[in-house]
Ligand binder design. Sequence first.
Ligand code: G6P
Length: 369
Amino acid sequence: EAIEKGGYDHFMLKEIMEQPKSIEDCLRGRVIAEDLHVKLGGIQQHLPDLLNANRIIILACGTSWHAGLVAEYVFEELTRIPVEVEYASEFRYRNPIVGKGDVIIAISQSGETADTLAAIEMAKERGATILGVCNVVGSSIARASHEGAYTHAGPEIGVASTKAFTAQLTVLTSMALMVAKEKKSISENRLSELLRDLEQVPAKVEQVLKLDSAIESIAEIYKDASNCLYLGRGYNFPVALEGALKLKEISYIHAEGYPAAEMKHGPIALIDEEMPVIFIATRDSSYDKVVSNIQEVKARKGRVIAIVTEGDALIPKMVDHVIEVPNIHEMLMPMISVIPLQLLSYYIAVMRDCNVDQPRNLAKSVTVE
Ligand code: G6P
């Protein structure tokens, strides 16, 4: 097992550190920016269904559902096809309106999650096209899908999903760009800019991973927290949910992710000097609004850790700790901004002596209801 961990103390850390490579593997042959090339070989026969879809329904659970939320924003922005994201477990039991003309994208690392599998079987029976985004080759969801694209992240052993999440985002973004290119719902300039940025994701992730000892020092300060709030807007809202999930899963600290603007409808009541608030506040179209949300938290004496874009001169003056990440198109930022949150959870869990790779009560894949 020591050999399998490749010199790391835990599979989770190894898998976090592998992300530059796993994202690179996921892009290989699929995206070539110079040639404006973006193609997923596994989705060709049913590409017309996707191009002409009335709507896309994304079905998933857990971390994969968070990847689906990012994909909703990306697909709607680039392709103008309406997208819904549903928990597979809710969808399957609520007699949903689904049928011919709908395209289901099922996201699952293991490809074995019982709820996701049952939900796609039902949608398939009702005439929808099913596309699988799985990591495990030949898994049940991959086999039950009409077509699909693998995430090629390699085996993920740690129960808390890390490299599978960024690989899912890579595939889903590539898929949206492929559809947008075919539909001509994107200009050549924008396509070229996004493909170039996508190719730079592995190097930028690598850059963030170098911050691990700085993040470890922040973990030391907050390791005894009993609660934690994660806030973000736009493309970073699902990242807030994912950051909170990572922390609860492995450190057993109660954490909530929220869209920053919704804070005033509840979570703001929880803020005092004991409450660490993690803002994902990179420079994007909601930046100014997030800055106001940070001010609201500081006015109530909350302790703020902010993930900001390199060179940000404003937020560092307002908050307790900053973690700087490289700039990238806002649509791709979740692949970058999630990395410090994975590391923060990891170090906090290690300092609390938790079983990082196999947290209590959780399973890597949930094959029963
Ligand atoms: C379990 C795992 C999570 C995972 C979820 C969905 O709860 O612990 O890490 O996100 O299942 O799994 P899937 O394999 O379908 O992505």
